[in-house]
Ligand binder design. Sequence first.
Ligand code: AMP
Ligand code: MG
Length: 341
Amino acid sequence: MGKTGICRALGMLCVLALVLSAAGCETLNVPAKDRSVSDRTLYAMDTEMTLRLYGDTDGACMEELAALLEALDGRLSATSEGSSLSALNRTGETSDGELLSIVTQAKAIHDRTGGALDLSLYPASLAWGFTTGSYHVPAPEDLEALRPSVGMDKLTVGADSLELAQGMMLDLGAVGKGWAADRCREAMEARGLSGILSLGGSIQTVGAKPDGSDWVIGVQDPDDAGAYLLTLTLKGTKAVVTSGDYQRYFEEGGVRYCHILDPDTLSPVHSSLRSVTVVADSGFLADGLATALFVLGKESGIALYRQSSDFEAIWIEEGGVVTVTPGLKDLVSGCEFEAVP
Ligand code: AMP
Ligand code: MG
């Protein structure tokens, strides 16, 4: 396993530990049926996922979530040949309602972030080797040659169909886990169950813990895969999604190249920002915005926050400099931080 692989594996262990510690403190003063806890770890969407449910006494909800995540992986993966997404990338068109819905919602985030979220960067991700793991720095002319086939404004989105421009290919890596978190949340709500899910960097809390205590979520220290820099204390149903330069990267010539690409340069984002965490009601929005805010950088991200009312955020910069939006300043602990005025 290379340095990158080891890094990812440690990150996954860390997420597991965080979720289990986050969900593991219920008291004995609640009815027995509410106290029953079930945990499952599975691998889907190219990441390890941990699911914790309360009150799923017959295990039916856990089975439903596992099947749901496996099916979503099968439909939305850019790399598996049989997926709806691969078919779209091969044929250039689709009438698949789920893909239409994902692309339409992602286009809305693309538009409000000045194009920072762009699902059509897949050819550039391939050129950098992020999809295959054969990492390398592409020649500038090879990246330039991709320009005509990159840009969500080149998509034709109709009421029942979606068409790609010549050479375009989409990748849902920036929003897929948030989409999955929303679908899992709906399934749990339909059964009246609470719990906490960690789908890679996407955490979803659903409902209340049986003992009434808060959900406690750790946000990883970008410099230490085995530790978290801060904790976030939340009540009820929330999505908490982190995008960071440590989640997948390679190093060449002493430079770190991370998996999040800047649509302007078709190259990995390079800034003092190490991670952005977004808290929102929707997993999809939190996932899409975390990626976009990482591209935008802190100042532009704060400007977007000031025009918005549907998310809160935490920026972690080099040297552990932490900035949080006003809605989170009483919920963050474990480190010093500045609050956005
Ligand atoms: P996330 O971990 O949610 O920030 O998503 C990162 C993944 O989304 C990458 O591994 C790529 O597959 C893809 N991606 C990279 N850069 C972008 C971008 N600017 N917009 C949309 N998707 C991206
Ligand atoms: Mg994302």
